[in-house]
Write a protein that binds this ligand. Structure first.
Ligand SMILES: NC(=O)c1ccc[n+]([C@@H]2O[C@H](COP(=O)([O-])OP(=O)(O)OC[C@H]3O[C@@H](n4cnc5c(N)ncnc54)[C@H](OP(=O)(O)O)[C@@H]3O)[C@@H](O)[C@H]2O)c1
Length: 288
């Protein structure tokens, strides 16, 4: 039986993997978050995996508060970079395949065409910088890795843009949302399904380890995303386009961070839903 350890399992992506695990009775999952397994401690990871026949680790744990990372660089580095190094060291020791999630914020956003995996990372904030450092540790230490960079994650769980827009849109008549940051939303449910499909395709004779990009299909601004959320939720709130210069945040965000997904689609033969087609599924789950 395949055995998978999930770290950071109470976050958005981790919770979606838990939801999907019910359909995978042939896999033994160990779901952990910081209370059960703090990935900042190499000793804790070593003790946890000892005696368990772990085949894969899916690292969903991260320091994801992009703005707070600007003020807490040390903490962000400890979780996003040093802890990734811990996992990579133990993965190589125990012959475990490490699946690690990273971000579109490793890119500067100066492109006008979707970023491929080969393009040079140039993060503009601490979050992106520490996530890239984590990637580099994994690439250096653990050859059996799959790093998946994703963008604009949302789900019915935790804190995310879709949930914020739903809540604000219920009460407010008008909301200003930035129109000059372009990317692609990713439904965490789809990413979770993609990861489990990847695992299924890597159990035998697999050699294409490395870095991959995954988001939903299509391209939009936060303004477009917010508008669709209000329409689908049947909120009366008017979304007004504003520019980033009029919406100051601690961390600078890339203006353009669309990810090119050709590689993941080709290597794993997966189909990716369009971002517009997934909002309703998520809202329905939130309402139910
Ligand atoms: N959210 C996005 O928009 C986005 C975009 C692109 C990429 N990503 C990447 O996608 C992945 C999943 O993101 P997500 O939104 O699901 O994250 P999330 O909701 O913030 O979940 C992360 C989980 O990790 C836990 N955690 C923090 N420190 C830990 C530690 N030392 N040991 C074990 N667990 C720890 C967190 O606990 P606490 O809540 O108690 O801290 C939380 O439960 C991350 O790698 C993230 O960088 C996210």
């Amino acid at each position: 039986m395949l055995t998978i350890l999930i770290t950071g399992s109470k976050g958005q992506l981790g919770t979606e993997i838990q939801e999907l695990s019910a359909h995978h009775q042939d896999i033994q999952f160990f779901f952990t978050d910081i209370e059960e397994l703090d990935i900042c401690s190499a000793d804790a990871i070593r003790t946890y995996v000892h005696g368990k026949p772990i085949d894969y680790i899916i690292n969903c744990a991260a320091y994801t508060n992009v703005d707070q990372a600007e003020k807490n660089e040390e903490k962000a580095r400890e979780i996003n970079a040093e802890a990734a190094k811990n996992l990579a060291s133990i993965a190589i020791e125990k012959d475990i395949t490490l699946i690690h999630i990273s971000t579109d914020y490793v890119f500067s956003g100066e492109n006008h065409t979707p970023y491929t995996e080969q393009e040079k990372a140039k993060p503009s904030g601490i979050y992106g910088k520490t996530k890239f450092e984590g990637e580099e540790f994994i690439r250096k230490i653990c050859p059996k890795h799959i790093i998946i960079r994703t963008s604009w994650l949302y789900s019915p769980f935790g804190k995310n843009f879709l949930k914020t827009m739903l809540t604000l849109g219920k009460d407010k008549k008008e909301l200003g949302v930035v129109v000059d940051q372009i990317g692609t939303p990713t439904y965490a449910y789809d990413l979770a399904a993609c990861i489990l499909a990847i695992i299924n395709k890597t159990t035998k004779d697999f050699s294409e380890y490395g870095t991959y990009h995954y988001s939903n299909e299509g391209v939009c601004s936060w303004y477009d995303f917010a508008t669709d959320i209000q329409i689908i939720a049947k909120n009366k709130c008017n979304i007004k386009s504003i520019e980033s210069k009029d919406f100051q945040t601690l961390a600078k965000r890339p203006y353009y961070s669309v990810l090119n997904k050709s590689k993941i689609k080709h290597i794993f033969a997966i189909e990716i839903p369009h971002w517009k087609s997934r909002i309703e599924h998520c809202i329905r789950r939130i309402i139910e």
